[in-house]
Design a protein around this ligand. Structure first.
Ligand code: TYD
Ligand code: MG
Length: 458
């Protein structure tokens, strides 16, 4: 066991290290988050995760030019590969985090099955062998090259890695792994950080990929220091609304690819199923001829996704009206309401306003502004929009409509899904419009309201 020389204070929120106790973390400003930890001399073996450490400087051009494709393990689950930028890179360390019960263990077991030609060591510190066996039979996992090891002790895990010599190691979860070498209690920040560092070192030296499962705490941050995110190569967040079957996997950091791409899954009775055509699925149940609803097109990485935004505006007897938004940024909603109020003379000051995006998606793009405005106008006037109309564009404070990126991709996706009218900014550059798609160009919210008025007369 390494000898604890002295203690330090680590913030449980941001991982900042302080030499003495403070009521408030000097780094993130959070109150009473400092926890006393022993300062441990790291074991020699875990000193550097870089396999070539100590070799000296090398000429970059002398490095062998290995094609990236041959270094990646393709999981045959395209939605997962897409989020990773094309599969798991050999020797890389991935941190997969998400709330309890979201489906992390389920997804990983399914990945084990789809990587059946690779040797995998699945280390579980949370479930027993029988529990995993039962889940595997439920999911139909029959891989011969999957080894399951239920253990919490770091040294025993290392021994099994040496014995099995796997291509991929899964540690479910990193918070349950501990070592006697570090004197703090299992699950503490020091244990999580040191055990992760050790496993990362093993992975880099051994050339096998590692997936560490990390729990998130109630604030949504990965429990344990933020440092963990700096140490790994890829950070994946597995997200989803409670009570909703859709699950989104999103890369927050990726040393081997873009962080824009997402993978979409649905939790079924036999595990996670991919959703290859998300827009179609999201629009399936949308009600027809109901005022206050308008489809918008978002870009999730390079993929356009059509989602429906719904607005409900109702008179309130109370002096301060309610503003509630789900899936739409609260400040963006307030801004659009203010623009409509000021530029179009619409009245919201005595109205409760609710905004919702179907399917638990989040509209974090300004391209949804026009759609939100259409939904609000339609609800206030109590006139349903045509089910085949879509709006793509940003709204500025003076009520002007601005163009957004990837307009062409958004409009072709909408055309594919059967939309026949697209409201866009007058500045939107389109080389060609898809067949049968009418492009309505508007300069301002005033022109938008006029166009929607015209629809009423039809
Ligand atoms: P799990 O993978 O254990 O979550 P995590 O590892 O993130 O804590 O998923 C558990 C949830 O998934 C559980 O509440 C039930 C649901 N589930 C299904 O709906 N269908 C299935 O086939 C499986 C295996 C789980
Ligand atoms: Mg689990």
């Amino acid at each position: 066991m390494a000898k604890a020389e002295k203690t330090c204070f680590i913030c449980t929120k941001c991982g900042a290290v302080h030499d003495k106790w403070y009521g408030r973390c000097k780094e993130c400003g959070e109150w009473t988050t400092l926890e006393e930890q022993a300062v441990i001399k790291p074991a020699k073996k875990s000193s550097s995760p870089v396999p070539t450490a100590g070799v000296g400087a090398m000429r970059l051009s002398d490095a062998p030019d290995k094609g990236e494709s041959e270094q990646r393990l393709r999981t045959n689950i395209p939605e997962f590969d897409r989020a990773l930028g094309g599969g798991i890179v050999k020797g890389s360390v991935i941190l997969l985090s998400g709330e309890p019960g979201i489906g992390k263990s389920t997804l990983l077991l399914q990945i084990c099955d789809s990587l059946e030609d690779q040797k995998i060591l699945y280390v579980s510190g949370e479930e027993s062998f029988m529990q995993i066996k039962m889940r595997a039979s439920r999911l139909g996992v029959v891989s011969d090259s999957l080894f399951v090891y239920c253990e919490n002790d770091l040294e025993k895990i290392e021994a099994q890695i040496d014995a099995v010599s796997p291509d991929l190691v899964i540690v479910d979860s990193i918070q349950t792994v501990s070592s006697d070498r570090f004197s703090s209690s299992p699950g503490s920040i020091t244990q999580v950080r040191e055990c992760s560092g050790y496993l990362i070192g093993l992975s880099k030296r051994g050339g096998f990929a590692t997936v560490l499962v990390g729990h998130v705490n109630k604030d949504g941050a990965i429990a344990g220091p933020k440092l963990l995110e700096h140490m790994v190569d890829v950070v994946l967040y597995f997200e989803g609304e409670r009570g909703d079957s859709y699950r989104v996997i999103r890369a927050a950091k990726n040393r081997y690819g873009s962080t824009n791409e997402i993978g979409l899954f649905e939790m079924c009775d036999r595990g996670l199923a991919e959703v290859p055509d998300p827009s179609k699925r999201l629009l399936e149940d949308s009600p027809k001829n109901i005022p206050g609803s308008c489809p918008v097109c978002l870009m999730e990485g390079t993929r356009p996704i059509v989602a429906e935004v719904q607005a409900l505006v109702s008179k309130t007897p109370f002096p301060s009206p309610k503003r509630l938004s789900s899936g739409v940024d609260y400040n963006r909603m307030a801004m659009i309401l203010a623009v409509l109020e000021k530029r179009l003379g619409m009245r919201f000051f005595d109205m409760d306003v609710y905004l919702n995006v179907i399917g638990g998606l989040k509209l974090d793009e300004t391209a949804a502004d026009l759609g939100i405005a259409c939904a609000l106008i339609s609800c206030v006037r109590d006139v349903p929009l045509s089910g085949k109309l879509i709006a793509v564009g940003e709204i500025g404070l003076s009520g002007e409509c601005r163009s957004v990126g990837s307009a062409e991709a958004r409009i072709s996706e909408s055309a594919r899904l059967g939309f026949d009218t697209a409201i866009v900014s007058h500045r939107t550059k389109l080389k060609t419009a898809p067949d049968g798609m009418k492009i309505v160009r508007v300069k301002s919210v005033f022109e938008l309201a006029e166009f929607l008025n015209g629809l009423k007369k039809v």
